[in-house]
Design a protein around this ligand. Structure first.
Ligand code: DX5
Ligand code: ZN
Length: 227
């Protein structure tokens, strides 16, 4: 059976002055999830938005909110993000001293829990928490900015993670974020990624529906080749 690949447009590359319209536009264009990049200027060298912006977008769409927290010590804010409307909460392994506790807290809040790994972070950072996770986010760029080039080692990292998940008989999903578009979607999907985050490859295009379709088609071709 072929796995369903989900496309998650990242609003980092959207027009922030027209965010609600942008969100509605990607929903109409066929997005599966909405990826929201929260940055604190400490964990990453950039600042974006926090819970109030997420809460004000919530009434505009039925899309699942996939919140990527690029912040130090995220435990301080989990409850607030949950209250603001986050459905999935993803923390960085590098930003959590007690990662297992953080994941447990996300689950207690009734949200799906994910852990993100920077390009240089080994898979062993999530090995012992894998059974507690809903997804692992493999960063294929250094977090902080949209429009960067895909780091090719991410593909092998996804492949090894997929083996680790299969070996343990788990249902953890693999998400990939950074430099994803029609040119890179195929290789990451062949390696085992099921959730593709894309910012500039969608919001940087005139026609969001055809941009999403192009990524979906590249993913589908890769799946046919594998099966
Ligand atoms: C980067 C963010 C990404 C970003 C991806 O730190 O986590 O979600 O929006 O942008 P693209 O798809 O343009 O590489
Ligand atoms: Zn992201």
């Amino acid at each position: 059976m072929t796995r369903k690949v989900l496309i998650a447009p990242s609003i980092l590359s959207a027009d922030f002055a027209r965010l609600s319209e942008e969100v509605r536009a990607v929903e109409a264009a066929g997005a599966d999830l909405l990826h929201l990049d929260v940055m604190d200027g400490h964990f990453v060298p950039n600042l974006t938005f926090g819970p109030p912006v997420i809460a004000s977008l919530r009434p505009y769409t039925r899309l699942t909110f996939d919140v990527h927290l690029m912040i130090e010590a995220p435990d301080r804010y989990l409850e607030e993000f949950a209250r603001a409307g986050a459905d999935w909460l993803c923390v960085h392994a590098e930003a959590c001293v007690h990662l297992h506790r953080t994941i447990s807290r996300i689950k207690e809040l009734g949200k799906k829990a994910g852990v993100a790994l920077n390009p240089a972070t080994p898979l062993s950072a999530v090995e012992w928490v894998l059974p507690d996770l809903d997804f692992v986010l493999v960063m294929s760029v250094n977090p902080g900015f949209g429009g960067q080039r895909f780091i090719p080692q991410a593909t092998e990292k996804i492949r090894r993670l997929a083996h680790l998940i299969a070996e343990q008989g788990l249902a953890v999903k693999i998400q990939v974020d950074g430099g994803i578009g029609p040119e890179t979607a195929g290789e990451v999907v062949s390696a085992g990624a099921e959730i593709l985050v894309a910012g500039s490859a969608i919001f940087g295009k005139e026609d969001y529906a055809s941009a999403i379709r192009a990524i979906r088609e590249a993913a589908a071709v890769a799946q046919e080749e594998v099966s």
